[in-house]
Write a new protein. Structure first.
Length: 337
């Protein structure tokens, strides 16, 4: 296959590129469906950007049984897949997804791939639909219309991911196993570049090095500059396969502070307000007022819980790890060591 991505990205005004607009494409694929069939699919798969709805809820809306809603869903998808000229309509997106998966080593975490596709689609969506609309529509297309070509699955090693049907991923599984084991051994958090360097020193990486180098190496920097991707665009773009892998691995995750480690470590997923205070101060590297600490915790958004300044102050007073260095300002005692 020619480097279709390069061609598309270099010809942004080309007429064919409009076919990557998932809003327009699904509207076209749904043209022969009845209104009720469209509504069932839209609700079941969140195609308008809403939350996906259950069979029971949709049944209540349409005064149907859960089983009847399921039948309508399945029949509607079959109707779409039997459309004349379906292959022609979906050919460009099928080729783009194939090349993106290949470019990322053959296995791509679901949301990671959907973010890339949504960014491509919204760049050419004059109506500027909500990003979730694009992501949910791509997810529907891949899992329900293009399921003869792409596989959506999860495993003990990986979050939900996409692969090309019958593609080989054994080498990625071995690399993931080695990575989790090594991170557990070193017992410290790593920034992204350190983690990528660690990967390149693993035995599995040396064994499969040829398979872990992008063949086309398309420049996707403008995509990775989007806020959906938390690391520097050049780091991701220059390490597509390895970055895609660490994003997919279940037991190694990136914290809200940009550090990677085991998903059950305090520094990756802090559970208590005290954990959050400690990490916030450690990341700042300098004393902070307790109100500033609370504001920073809320800005970082470790989770959905809001930090209260009074609660933060109480924790700072009671925990021996912290010391008062000024009026309301606290630092870490370990900084003096």
């Amino acid at each position: 296959m020619d480097n279709l991505l390069d061609k598309l990205l270099n010809e942004k005004k080309g007429q064919e590129l409009s076919r990557i607009n998932i809003i327009a494409l699904l509207d076209e694929l749904f043209v022969d469906l009845l209104d009720r069939e469209k509504d069932v699919l839209a609700r079941r798969f969140g195609l308008n950007g809403d939350r996906k709805e259950t069979l029971e809820k949709i049944g209540q809306i349409h005064k149907l049984t859960r089983e009847r809603v399921r039948q309508i869903e399945n029949a509607s998808i079959k109707k779409i897949k039997k459309q004349e000229k379906l292959e022609k309509k979906i050919a460009l997106i099928k080729d783009v997804v194939t090349q993106l998966i290949d470019e990322h080593g053959g296995l791509v975490e679901k949301n990671y791939l959907l973010d890339i596709l949504a960014i491509l689609s919204t760049n050419f969506d004059k109506d500027k639909h909500d990003r979730n609309v694009h992501k949910n529509r791509f997810a529907f297309l891949l899992s329900k219309v293009l399921d003869d070509y792409f596989v959506e699955q999860s495993s003990d090693l990986f979050h939900i991911f996409y692969t090309i049907k019958e593609s080989e991923t054994k080498h990625l599984e071995e690399l993931a196993i080695d990575l989790v084991k090594k991170v557990d051994e070193i017992k410290r958090v790593l920034d992204t570049e350190e983690l990528l360097d660690l990967l390149k020193k693993l035995e599995a990486y040396n064994r499969y090095q040829e398979k872990l180098i992008s063949q086309n190496n398309t420049d996707l920097s403008f995509i990775f500059k989007d806020q959906s991707f938390p690391d520097k665009a050049e780091i991701i773009n220059n390490n597509k396969i390895l970055y895609s892998l660490i994003t997919a691995v279940k037991n190694v995750e990136r914290s809200r502070l940009g550090k990677w480690g085991k998903d059950d470590w305090q520094e990756i997923k802090p559970k208590t307000i005290n954990d959050k205070i400690y990490l916030t101060l450690k990341n700042a590297g300098a004393p902070m007022h307790f109100k500033e600490i609370a504001d920073k915790i809320n800005e970082i958004a470790f989770d959905h819980k809001k930090a209260n300044p009074a609660t933060v102050h109480n924790e700072l007073i009671l925990d021996a790890r912290y010391e008062l260095v000024g009026r309301g300002r606290y630092g870490l005692k370990e900084w003096k060591k």
